[in-house]
Design a protein around this ligand. Structure first.
Ligand code: AMP
Ligand code: GLY
Length: 437
């Protein structure tokens, strides 16, 4: 099978790497890719958000399957154009991608499907914002309703900061969603769906804030690890039964089936599992850690989903090892990342046992690999324990040289120390499902 992977980042590098390990996959191409992807497979220039351009490229390459990495092409309808051209595509239609494209839409679906999530209000004026903030109380959660690459959310105890974030969203022509604050550890679970059936991957945890101890602004994600040694038994089954399958059923019932990966961002609260957000694509950097453990051939799994032929009896096989991904970001990320600096140590890291580099914002310039984005790369390591994987990943990070670069030093640390506590379920708690306060 010939596969074309669309996207420029670390997630796509990790997907390409896994596809190349799949015996059913004969050829992989990527567009636009990055310097790391280009070392593995042919890459092509393409306007990734242009449905006609991506379809033309897939036809020219004779692709049997197109895997769309990022959300923007999905929201732009790239998968619809590919499907119309008769090409199998892993990634939801424009209509189904609204689960990520509009937080208000996602809330409507969750309410209709009885999926537990934070109480929320949509606001379009400063007065509505103030009212909603006061109804929920601090800490305040204000979300840009549209796509914001993980950076549109402000969680703050400061009412003025919450108000001013909402104003920024309004000034950009958007609306906001104000939510109750969900307290409890976060989990990312990727669920592969063929439109009707679904198979979960293993849960992972991401680190959204830029600095150690979850300080500073939100980013696209600064690191991830899997498995979660602290997750309650039955968590995945519960999320499948209460969140993923009802959502997939609701989308199918509306005539907009969800084909692709439903990324369930969850909080484990004292009232049970709550959805923080849906994404309609693999998470970055969770994918780097999750796919490092997947033994089942990825290409065939994604093709089966794309064709509506997912075999839910098939057990995915996983390495029993732990995987840790640590993101190395550019100076000044997430505000205004510095770009164009040479990156050293890449070969040295790849030569370490059980450690590899996944490129994100990198490009080849005059024969050198230079930084070209906010999150530049991640170092991914497998270990027999979380501690070992983390030590190996940080050994690798220490060998990377990039002027001004930053990384978190605490990816997986709390879990390794047994410091993550899932709050005990409050007795008699009434589940709140997408309701207004
Ligand atoms: P999102 O882009 O919706 O995933 O939000 C980014 C991050 O903000 C999440 O990973 C959480 O850490 C945090 N967050 C979002 N919504 C809430 C909420 N209702 N309560 C607490 N934290 C939240
Ligand atoms: N790491 C979170 C995301 O991909 O949105």
């Amino acid at each position: 099978m010939k596969v074309l992977v669309i996207g420029p980042g670390g997630r796509e590098h990790a997907i390409v790497r896994s596809l190349l390990a799949d015996p059913y996959v004969r050829e992989v191409h990527a567009a636009p890719g990055n310097a790391g992807i280009a070392e593995l497979v042919p890459t092509h220039e393409v306007a990734a958000e242009d449905p006609a351009a991506v379809t033309e490229l897939a036809q020219r390459l004779g692709s049997d399957l197109v895997v769309i990495g990022p959300e923007a092409p999905l929201v732009a309808g790239v998968s619809d154009a590919l499907r119309e051209a008769g090409i199998a595509v892993f990634g939801p239609s424009k209509a189904a991608a609204e689960l990520e494209g509009s937080k208000a839409f996602a809330k409507q679906i969750m309410a209709a499907a009885n999926v537990p999530t934070a109480m929320c209000r949509v606001a379009t004026t400063a007065e509505e914002v103030a009212e909603a903030l006061d109804a929920f109380g601090a800490p305040y959660v204000v979300k840009d309703d549209g796509l914001a690459a993980g950076k549109g959310v402000v969680v703050t105890p400061d009412r003025d900061e919450a108000l001013s974030h909402a104003q920024t969203c309004f000034d950009a022509g958007g609306s906001v969603v104000i939510e109750e604050f969900l307290e409890g550890p976060e989990v990312s679970l990727f669920v592969i769906s063929d439109g009707r059936r679904a198979i979960p991957l293993v849960p992972a945890q991401d680190f959204k804030r830029i600095y150690d101890d979850d300080a500073g602004p939100n980013t696209g994600g600064m690191g991830a690890y899997t498995p979660l040694n602290w997750a309650p038994p039955g968590l995945v089954d519960e999320v499948m039964a209460r969140v993923a399958q009802p959502t997939i059923d609701e989308m199918a019932g509306r005539g907009t089936p969800f084909v692709g990966v439903l990324f369930c961002g969850l909080a484990l609260t004292s009232r049970g599992v709550r959805v923080i957000e849906f994404n309609v694509r693999f998470g970055d950097p969770e994918t780097q850690a999750v796919l490092a453990r997947l033994k089942t051939p990825l290409g065939r799994l994604l093709l089966n989903a794309a064709k509506g032929e997912l075999d839910t009896d098939e057990q995915l096989t996983w390495s029993s090892k732990s995987a840790v991904a640590v993101v190395v970001a550019a100076e000044n990320y997430p505000e205004s990342p510095r770009k164009g600096d040479p990156i050293g140590g890449l070969g040295e890291v790849d030569a370490l046992d059980g450690v590899h580099v996944i490129h994100a914002g990198t490009k080849l310039e005059d024969g050198r690999i230079v930084s070209a984005g906010g999150r530049v790369l991640s170092v991914v390591a497998l270990g027999r324990s979380l501690e070992e994987a983390r030590d190996k990943a940080y050994d690798g990070v220490g060998r990377i040289s990039l002027v001004g670069s930053q990384h978190r030093t605490d990816i997986g640390t709390k879990a390794a120390r047994g410091e993550i506590v899932v709050p005990p379920l409050r007795t008699g708690a009434v589940p709140v499902v997408g309701a207004q306060p």
